[in-house]
Design a binder for this molecule. Structure first.
Ligand code: FE2
Ligand code: FE2
Length: 265
């Protein structure tokens, strides 16, 4: 039996929630029976306490452990709170902005990539890159080693609005590859992409490193036609990692694509 995790991103709670979406997500989680649900930021639309409470109610209602990291929409839009206490409301609802999950089959290092003085662009500090390396170094043998952050490392094949990948993507990728990461997941662009690092760059890293960007679970700007709603499901055993994209069809999350990647020995 493979182990599974469900990856949601960009809930944007408080803005244009689709009828029946929460119930469909609960049904999917019941069907898939994941060990963990990972939510990679923009849980709220404006960083307001009522929006965090709504997102937390939805995620807690799934009945499985949840790991959350903040996105650029999860800090206050108002001054001076945006700079004096940017993560206070997120932490009150969800705890650490750099959470770690660890079991015999999975280790996830969540990292905060948000910069309050930038609305869109993300970056990982050297402290956080070091945290990822030390967290993955302690993984149980055979455990899937995952890094989770809001800002994407891999963009969608097409994109009309200006959303750049993680500012220090190359340095981050080098750190993650050296640390033995197998899967780096994010969101932010509200479009699904999955790619293996060696498909793009000549790299001396020995093993498979998959970059997966989840579709948005929410759709805060319905006029943007190029933003499908959905989730990723990760399934793995000792040999393979499968990534299943499930897209919201108005009543359920339908399996749309399944991609297979070998795991390193
Ligand atoms: Fe978003
Ligand atoms: Fe975002």
């Amino acid at each position: 039996m493979p182990t599974r995790a469900v990856h949601v991103s960009d809930l944007h709670a408080g803005r244009h929630e689709a009828q029946g979406l929460a119930e469909a997500l609960a049904a999917l989680v019941e069907e898939v029976a994941p060990e963990l649900v990972i939510a990679t930021g923009d849980l709220s639309h404006r960083g307001r306490p009522d929006q965090f409470a709504h997102a937390k109610e939805l995620l807690d209602g799934l009945g499985v452990p949840v790991l959350t990291v903040p996105g650029n929409h999860d800090i206050p839009y108002s001054f001076p709170a945006r700079f004096t206490r940017p993560w206070a409301e997120f932490e009150r609802a969800f705890g650490s902005v750099d959470p770690v999950y660890r079991s015999e089959s999975l280790v996830v290092c969540g990292l905060d990539s948000v910069r309050p003085w930038r609305h869109q662009g993300g970056r990982l500090s050297s402290t956080r890159l070091a945290l990822a390396a030390s967290t993955l170094a302690d993984a149980a043998p055979g455990a899937l080693r995952v890094v989770a952050l809001h800002h994407h490392l891999a963009g969608a094949p097409w994109r009309t609005s200006r959303k750049f990948p993680l500012k220090n993507r190359d340095a981050a990728l080098r750190t993650f590859a050296t640390a033995g990461a197998e899967l780096v997941i994010g969101g932010h662009i509200h479009q699904s992409t999955t790619v293996e690092h060696h498909e793009i760059e000549a790299t001396s890293g020995p093993g498979s490193l998959v970059l997966a960007t989840a579709p948005g679970l929410g759709r805060p700007r319905p006029h943007r036609l190029g933003e499908a709603q959905g989730v990723h499901v990760y399934e793995w055993d000792d040999e393979r990692l499968a990534i299943v994209t499930r897209i919201w069809d108005g009543s359920r999350f339908s399996p749309t694509a399944r991609r297979l990647f070998p795991r390193k020995a």
